[in-house]
Design a protein around this ligand. Sequence first.
Ligand code: FNR
Length: 421
Amino acid sequence: DAVYRAGVLGRRPTVPTDFAELERRARRASSPTAWAYVAGGAGEGRTMRNNRAAFDRWAIVPRMAHGHATRDLAVELLGRRYDSPVLLAPVGAGALMGRDSDVQIARAAAATGTPYVFSNQGCNPLEQTAAAMGSTPWWFQLYWSTDEALVDSLIGRAEDAGASALVVTLDTTTLGWRPQDLNLGSLPFAQGLGIAQYTSDPRFLGLVRERVAAVASGAAARPDVQVTLGAVRSLLSITREFPGRFLDNLRSPEPRAAVETFLDIYSNPGLSWEHLETLRSRTRLPVVLKGVLHPDDARRAYDVGADAIVVSNHGGRQVDGAIASLDALVAVREELGPDPTVLLDSGIRTGADVFTALALGADAVLLGRPHMYGLALAGQRGVEEVVANVLAELDLTMALSGAPDLGAVDRGSLVPNPSAS
Ligand code: FNR
């Protein structure tokens, strides 16, 4: 209602209210390298297309004269009440889309009361992003490191800074095959930006120190990685560890050792359910496992003590040709029944998409690229508008479908789309 009223009063939105135009304008506002990393997907883009096609296979059947004049979008997740079922997904290297990305997104999240999941590869240390959230709840996303002490250190920092949940992403034990990034060389740049969370971590700095010492003593080879411009800001914290060296010579061993250490430890290719089982005794936070697609994995997640899962294919960035997350949701819900908490992301673009995902059994959804495009066009304000628009459309879809609250958004609201090709 507020969005329409503003329009009637002649107030033009800052960012386009439809995703297609938002995407076009964000592309124009970004460098080709940044665009390839953020908008791109794995392989030939089949998973990204699947994610969208899956929504087209369902049709909403609106209901009339139901008499509900107002809606309540609130939802309970992990023992806590949230104002709406929309969260902002963790997105690493966000600075590709705008300065001080995590802090800008956090301010927008706080202004709209939207929970934000901070990426392990965010561009601001989590403590700084947490400060920008005010009293709005936030979750921390972790990539399981090969260094177990670093896992504990990151969990401890998230707990101390006030996280409401810990999200462990399972689908990126190795990076997906992303031809556009490989062709343009965007990856080192993006990873350089996403290193800030690590270079602000005492355990990580300890590992860098060990590596520098090993190089100095001849026990390890001189680091041989490129330090991109993107990494420079994150690596400034290294200069506090090794004063006087870094700025003299970007090719000095410390920053390069930091990048090399990061590449070695950021994800564990051998991640197993046994690792995940240890989480329950390592944190008091609710645990959410992100990146689940198979019903058996969904079951296993709860068996090892997870409190929730995110059905996700990482926005189509990992396995090309993977099942659409919406299709996976249907199978996962069938396996788990109605009770366990299940979130969904990958392909959500509109309020009607949120409605469809909730009707198929998601308790809440996360937005990935949409809010990044808002950030690219108008910083904090752009993110706020993208979130407000999605919520406004969800609200009116509920209004026109006879759903006074989220409990009323269910399979009865949908049919398989008879018009789907
Ligand atoms: C991501 N995603 C992601 N996920 C995660 O757990 N940790 C991360 O650091 C990142 N980084 C990241 C960077 C970029 C540029 C993108 C686009 C995505 C995945 C993200 O959390 C989410 O699963 C998808 O973005 C959702 O799909 P849509 O909404 O982008 O289609």
